[in-house]
Ligand binder design. Structure first.
Ligand SMILES: NC(=O)c1ccc[n+]([C@@H]2O[C@H](COP(=O)([O-])OP(=O)(O)OC[C@H]3O[C@@H](n4cnc5c(N)ncnc54)[C@H](O)[C@@H]3O)[C@@H](O)[C@H]2O)c1
Length: 342
């Protein structure tokens, strides 16, 4: 069963509004979720509506909250998210950065009292389309620990870096500090699928392929202690730097902290040199010698761009997702579009 992404986004915004979100918060959150689906980041797609609706209804997220600049230097802002939807806070913060980077070459904004903002590249790519290199860091609920752990310690804290495109390639690294995003384990649990043994630990601190066991304990860091170190410094850059919460304190991402940075391309050196160097860099990756059996080498973000191309204008909905979305629609009084029900 398929549904056009545009129809999915309209429905998602209506659901969020019915659950108490402001028009802008609902529109940006729906856009962030559906964009994730378009690009194959399904763990952060419309399945997250369940979480957002629950948090809006319980007051963990303030649907009427409005992000506010509470301290500003010429190129650095502290933004109070007032517990608004993370997509609204993140968009506000990255827009502030881009505007100030236009004049100053660089700008950064750190948020406190924000909330879960979905896929980090929603914000870094927004900057890239405005001619800036965008960088994004966020903390998240505890979900990550080293081997042998009996509970999660730090968040799966994502990092994203995106750069203005050249020849249609928009470099965009977007990754959790864990082997993969925890949302992929949640998705596997919903679908009744096993997970690879190197993703997570069960309650006994040993590797598990059971997503439910994994959700009861912790994800493993990407590349061992390097991913753990990355998660740690992301907490330093976000919660510590901005005076917000750090990941071990977070529950339901209420009060999550984020850092956004925009670097204006061409502010030093020049735009043409940037484009030439990036073109050469991309070619070095694409043209690198590889074994016959090796798949083509990609730059970060290309996999998602290809998925978006392959998926086209409509989303295939599996039975588990469809059941979930119908239930959310029923709960919020916004029936899921009939055309998808076949
Ligand atoms: N908001 C939060 O609290 C939170 C927490 C964790 C993760 N997330 C989000 O979860 C999403 C998924 O994260 P993930 O770590 O599972 O991502 P992933 O492991 O699927 O991909 C990570 C990066 O690797 C690149 N990549 C993948 N295959 C490649 C290949 N063959 N060659 C070259 N590059 C390749 C991708 O383009 C991407 O930039 C991200 O959008 C992230 O922001 C959000």
């Amino acid at each position: 069963m398929t549904l056009p992404f545009d129809a999915l986004e309209t429905w998602a915004a209506e659901v969020l509004t019915a659950a108490g979100a402001s028009e802008r918060g609902a529109a940006l959150t729906a856009q962030a979720c559906v964009r994730a689906n378009r690009m194959g980041l399904d763990s952060h797609g419309v399945v997250y509506l369940e979480t957002y609706v629950r948090r809006l209804r319980s007051g963990v997220v303030d649907g009427r909250g409005e992000p506010e600049v509470v301290e500003a230097l010429p190129t650095l802002a502290l933004i109070d998210g007032h517990f608004a939807l993370g997509a609204q806070v993140g968009t506000f913060a990255m827009e502030w950065c881009c505007e100030h980077a236009e004049a100053n070459g660089i700008a950064a904004a750190v948020t406190k009292d924000s909330s879960h903002f979905g896929a980090a590249s929603f914000y870094s790519e927004r900057a890239a389309r405005r001619g800036c290199i965008g960088m994004v860091f966020s903390n998240a609920d505890p979900g990550l620990a080293p081997e042998g752990a009996l509970s999660a310690v730090l968040g799966t804290n994502p990092i994203a870096v995106a750069a203005p495109p050249v020849d249609g390639v928009l470099p965009s690294l977007d990754m959790a500090a864990s082997v993969v995003a925890q949302g992929r384990v949640t998705l596997a649990a919903k679908r009744g699928e096993a997970i690879p043994p190197d993703w997570a630990l069960g309650r006994d601190g040993r590797p598990t392929t059971d997503p439910v066991e994994a959700l009861g304990n912790t994800m493993l860091p990407a590349a061992g202690y390097k991913g753990f170190g990355l998660a740690f410094v992301i907490d330093v850059l976000t919660g510590c730097f901005g005076g917000g919460l750090v990941s071990p304190e977070l529950v339901e991402e209420r009060g999550a902290a984020q850092l956004f940075i925009a670097l204006k391309v061409g502010a030093v050196s020049n735009q043409r040199s940037y484009e030439r160097r990036l073109r050469e860099l991309v070619a070095a990756v694409h043209d690198a010698p590889r074994a016959e059996w090796a798949p083509p080498f990609l730059v970060p973000g290309e996999r998602e761009a290809r998925t978006a191309y392959d998926r086209g204008p409509a989303m295939d909905l599996d039975e588990a997702t469809l059941t979930l979305l119908r239930a959310i629609g029923e709960e919020c009084g916004v029936p899921f579009p009939v055309s998808a029900a076949g």
